[in-house]
Each structure stands twice: as structure tokens, then as C-alpha cells.
Design a protein around this ligand. Sequence first.
Ligand SMILES: NC(=O)c1ccc[n+]([C@@H]2O[C@H](COP(=O)([O-])OP(=O)(O)OC[C@H]3O[C@@H](n4cnc5c(N)ncnc54)[C@H](O)[C@@H]3O)[C@@H](O)[C@H]2O)c1
Length: 276
Amino acid sequence: MAHLLDNQVAVITGSGRGIGAAAAKLFAQEGAKVVVTDLDAGVSDQVAEEIKASGSEALSFPGDVTDPEFPDQILKAAVEAFGKINILVNNAGYTWDSMLHKMTDDQWRAMLDVHNTAPFRLIRAATPYMRDVAKADMEAGKPLENRCIINISSTSGLHGNIGQANYATAKLGLVGLTKTVAKEWGAFGIRCNAVAFGYMDTRLTRPKESGEKISVQGKEVDLGIPEKLRGGFEHLIPLRRGGTAEEAAGGILLMASSYASYISGHTLEVTGGMGI
Ligand SMILES: NC(=O)c1ccc[n+]([C@@H]2O[C@H](COP(=O)([O-])OP(=O)(O)OC[C@H]3O[C@@H](n4cnc5c(N)ncnc54)[C@H](O)[C@@H]3O)[C@@H](O)[C@H]2O)c1
């Protein structure tokens, strides 16, 4: 039986848990060979093992996307393992919230580093494996393969969000990067889209009081949304509920598949209708 991503190789950052992990599993189910990567080696390895146990191919290559050496290393490893790269999903990220008047330069910089600089460097590092390969194929008169980049944005970027001056700025910056890549690499048949999520059930949106933290570059950052701000959010969503990580992954698959072959530079909102 044919699958949506047969013969495709995908690199998905932050795929050790949450939306990225759901996307890695869905992509594998749809025939892709997946490079799983996360800051946390344990969860990265675990997702890759699960994919392999289900009969698909995966490579775990953990690391910090903000490390300047990381983009070249992971993309080289992907090509060594699977021969090529069709799909790059810039998904790794987190929140480091506080009201603007209390926000530190570290908080500001950390969000731009992980949501803007890292995707920029990863896309730039993909030049030989995506842009240059496509250009050579074109010049040789070969049919172009499905090649695309998907950047994970947020409704916080599109509409702003209290406590997220840093995150909102970065997530909208990613839309500008997406449109620029769509314009520069479209000439080589490479699509670039963003997927902006609303309220998806992961540790980023669970109660802050549950004590989830991310440990990144020597600092511990509290994750989640304070209980008092979470109450009643369903009423802002036409579908009256938050989404699951699997539903988020569905939006990413939609943009990755060849059914989206004429969609580029778009920001797909996966929000249950929130913000319309
Ligand atoms: N959950 C939501 O409602 C929501 C809404 C809008 C956007 N998003 C975005 O979706 C993406 C996935 O988030 P999620 O909700 O699945 O959260 P999550 O915390 O469940 O998963 C994110 C993963 O990214 C990894 N990560 C974070 N910083 C990293 C780094 N520097 N290097 C490598 N890996 C790193 C984490 O270890 C984690 O496993 C993020 O970009 C987030 O901003 C989520």
C-alpha cells in the first residue's frame, strides 16, 4: 500500500516528546525515514527505538539546536544514514515567560536563539542537501523530488500573547524567515511553510504548578501556564477544546506531503479555529 511519505527522509527537531515526537511517529507510519533529535538524548533514543520497533527506519541524533556546530553535524549524519533529505521540520522550542517589564535580556535572547537563529542555521546548513541537489537535478533535466521545510510557529506570534514578548516576537520572526526561504528556494522547487499552533496539549500548556522544567544551557526554566490563566480557555476556541499532539502532527504532515505541492510561503493555523 502506498503511503504519503514513501521514499522520503525527514529531519524533525525537538522530536523526543510532544508535537515533534507525534510527528516523527506519524511520518514513519507514512513511510518516511526519520531523523529524531532532541536536547534530551533519552527521549530522542526512545522515540527512534519505538519507530524501529514498528518496522520503520529511524536515527536518533540528540543535541542542542542552538549549538552552532549542530546543524552541519545532524544534516551530515542524516545524509550518511539515509542518503538524502526531503523534509526539514524546525520544531524544537520552549517558552520562557514573564511580563515584559520583568523580562531579562537572557530570556529575550534565549527565545530568539532557539526559534530564529537555530532554524536559520539549520536551513542554511541544508543548502548542499536540498537547494544544491535540487538545482543540479533541474540542470540535468531530472524530475524534482518533494522537498520542503516546515517551521513551527504559534498563535502567540500571529496575535501576541501576555507574558510572551520574547516568544511572540521569535515566532512571528519565523514567519518572515519562512516567506523568505519560500521566495529564495522556490526557484528550485523547494517549498517552505509555517504551521502555527494554538493550544495543544503538551507540557508547554499544562499547569505551571505541575513543576515541569526544561534544563537548557545550564539554566532551569519553568514550563506551562499558571492555572489561573488556563481556566476557561476552551470558550475562545470554536471547537471548544485544546488539540492533541497527534492533531498537531497531522497539520505538519499535511504541509509535508505532496498534496501540498503547490503550497509555499503559507502559515497554516492549527488552532481549532481560535483567533478567527
Ligand atoms: N503546545 C502548544 O500549544 C504549542 C503552541 C504553539 C507552538 N508550539 C510550538 O511547538 C513546538 C513543539 O512544542 P511542544 O508543545 O511539543 O513542546 P514539548 O516541550 O513537548 O516538546 C518540545 C521539544 O523540543 C526540545 N527542545 C527544546 N529546546 C531545544 C533545543 N535547544 N535543542 C533541541 N531540542 C530542544 C525539548 O527537549 C522537547 O522535547 C515548539 O516550537 C513550540 O513553541 C506549541
